[in-house]
Design a protein around this ligand. Structure first.
Ligand code: PXL
Length: 279
């Protein structure tokens, strides 16, 4: 069977295990060829380390894709995560146009916020521009905070099924065909995701046990596993469920050493769960 090629457009945080340093091993373990598009190089991620370096690679990005086009290199999928500036949103929009085919699958994880707050360097103007970019996606994977900011809503911790379904429908109205909303917990012992397919108008949900820890990097682990499974042919809900289960295993593999390993999950210990899967 032909191997799928997926461009992963994310930063490289040299220490911190998020973005490209998660997407690359996860997608590779799932049998997908990764075309890496590093948007920036940071010494560490920005959530908890102090004094990190940040080298923006915006100027390099169009040169990379121009060369690919010249060499007639094609893509089966484009998967974007942390984008270091509003300018990079324009780059991704034109990259999607440049590599568009009937079969191109575009997955956008609108990384910019969590727990009701923007990550450092992001604001409402970025969120508005990200919402525009999301119109070009087949699937978007926001958490609840990112969903609120994409919609221009106030972040509100309280919700029920009706409110979540309303959020999903409004997110799909931005333009993406499918939406995976992560970090949903209707009752205390469970945590998971709710999905919506605007073409069939169907909702789905999947939950795993809620572990007593929120660890950085789990959003990128989730989105990478979802993307790998979806590109490999899994249904929306099956890909979302696999990502939930895998993320849960990664947290379990990290819990006993969280003092040392506070900055991300030990996803490496779980990669074997992703190889040789049937979709
Ligand atoms: O996990 C998202 C992410 C990716 N890349 C960088 C980050 C973050 C979240 O803080 O700082 C550099």
């Amino acid at each position: 069977m032909k191997m799928k090629r997926c461009a992963a457009v994310h930063d490289i945080s040299c220490i911190g295990k998020c973005s490209l340093t998660v997407a690359l091993p996860v997608l590779s373990a799932m049998g997908i060829e990764v075309a890496s598009v590093p948007t920036a190089v940071l010494s560490t991620h920005t959530a908890g380390f102090k004094g990190y370096t940040f080298h923006d690679l915006s100027e390099e990005l169009p040169k990379i894709t121009k060369h690919w086009k010249k060499e007639n290199l094609s893509l089966d999928a484009i998967y974007t995560g942390y984008l270091g500036s509003a300018e990079q949103l324009d780059f991704v929009a034109s990259m999607i146009d440049d590599f568009k085919t009937d079969d191109l699958c575009v997955v956008i994880d609108p990384v910019m916020a969590d727990h009701g707050e923007f990550y450092k360097g992001f604001d409402a103007a970025f969120a508005q521009k990200m919402a525009k970019l999301c119109s070009k996606a087949d699937v978007i994977i926001p958490n609840l905070t990112e969903a609120a900011f994409l919609l221009g809503d106030e972040y509100d911790e309280g919700y029920d099924r009706e409110k979540i379904e309303d959020i999903l429908v409004r997110l799909a109205a931005l333009g993406p065909k499918k939406v995976v909303l992560t970090g949903i917990s209707y009752d205390l012992p469970s945590l998971g995701c709710v999905v919506y397919d605007s073409e069939t108008e169907e909702f789905g949900e999947f939950f795993t046990e809620k572990l007593p820890l929120a660890i950085h990097g789990t959003g990128d682990v989730y989105a990478s596993v979802f993307t790998g499974a979806y590109i490999n042919g899994a249904s929306l809900i099956d890909a979302a469920a696999l990502a939930c289960n895998f993320t849960c295993e990664c947290i379990k593999a990290t819990m006993d050493d969280i003092k040392n390993h506070w900055y991300s999950v030990k996803f490496e210990k779980c990669l074997h769960l992703l190889t040789n899967l049937e979709y």
